[in-house]
Design a protein around this ligand. Structure first.
Ligand SMILES: C[S@@+](CC[C@H](N)C(=O)[O-])C[C@H]1O[C@@H](n2cnc3c(N)ncnc32)[C@H](O)[C@@H]1O
Length: 271
């Protein structure tokens, strides 16, 4: 942590900033590729202003640094060359006006109020206003495990898990309606969730491909270490009609699933 530029800039900021000790390595990991670029950076949560100075020195003079806070006092940081917007991150109307004025954004850091409502609405309202290659980093996501930040069954981490499911719904066999096409990938570190934007990759059609190489007729050994499965598969292959009749096919699928599942002692990995 102490070796990172970002930590040094945090220490050097003339005004107070409050960050957890583990965050500096994570900031560096997620943000270093945006340094010295022509980017628009938005931090939600200004408080004493110290982090704005840190970000300006971290991203360099080409970056547009924007702060958002509900507290109108934050406006005073405009004198120091920052763009400040006053409003609530849980207000959809605020975000509509904000994105209309500001245009496309490259990097978002949410260090606002940390309720699930604020974190989820911020993510939802900003996803379609991100430049390709951009990132939304929501911090203090440990609030998902703490009382007082909203209903735990609809916490920010539960929302993140739902988006993970929806990213996987991009696979060809699943419902396109359920799939997530705004977020390319999600990366989780302690107390932070990063949503990365890659529009082309998120909208690729999922279909099987083959490189046209020589087929040496290798056998797939997926079930070979499960003797019961080998037996069931042999039986099904032997009685070819089983898979042709809907009722026996459903029965055979059920037996295959049961035999495959019964082998795996999953409980020891889910504690
Ligand atoms: C944790 S502090 C920000 C700390 C600052 N980023 C730093 O590094 O020192 C949280 C800030 O979020 C602001 N805030 C809380 N709820 C908000 C909301 N609904 N919309 C916008 N800002 C909010 C608070 O006024 C406070 O200034």
């Amino acid at each position: 942590m102490q070796n990172t530029d970002i930590y040094k800039l945090y220490q050097e900021s003339p005004y107070k900033s409050i960050k957890h000790s583990t965050y500096f390595d994570s900031y560096n990991h997620f943000f270093s590729r945006y340094r010295n670029q022509n980017i628009t950076f938005v931090e939600i949560g200004v408080l004493h202003g110290g982090s704005l100075f840190m970000w300006r020195n971290y991203f360099g003079p080409k970056a547009r640094i924007i702060g958002i806070d509900l507290n109108p006092n934050a406006k005073k940081w405009e004198e120091h060359g920052f763009e400040i917007h006053i409003g609530s991150q849980s207000n959809i109307k605020f975000w509509e006006e904000f994105t209309r004025k500001v245009g496309l954004i490259d990097v978002v850091l949410d260090d606002g109020g940390h309720t699930y409502e604020q974190q989820i609405i911020t993510t939802e309202c900003l996803l379609s206003s991100m430049n390709d290659g951009g990132i939304i980093l929501i911090e203090d996501t440990h609030t998902s495990y703490i009382s007082g930040f909203g209903p735990k069954s609809k916490s920010f981490i539960e929302y993140t898990k739902m988006l993970i499911d929806k990213i996987n719904m991009r696979f060809k066999d699943f419902s396109d309606y359920q799939s997530e096409r705004r977020v390319w990938s999600i990366e989780v570190v302690e107390s932070m969730v990063a949503f990365k934007i890659n529009k082309k990759a998120s909208n690729l059609k999922s279909e099987p491909t083959d490189n046209g190489g020589i087929d040496d007729l290798a056998q797939d050994f997926r079930y070979v270490d499960n003797p019961k499965m080998v037996f069931v598969n042999k039986l099904i292959r032997h009685f070819g009609f089983i898979k042709r009749i809907p009722f026996t096919r459903a029965l055979a699928d059920g037996i295959q699933t049961f035999v495959a599942n019964s082998r795996f002692n999953a409980n020891r990995y889910f504690k």
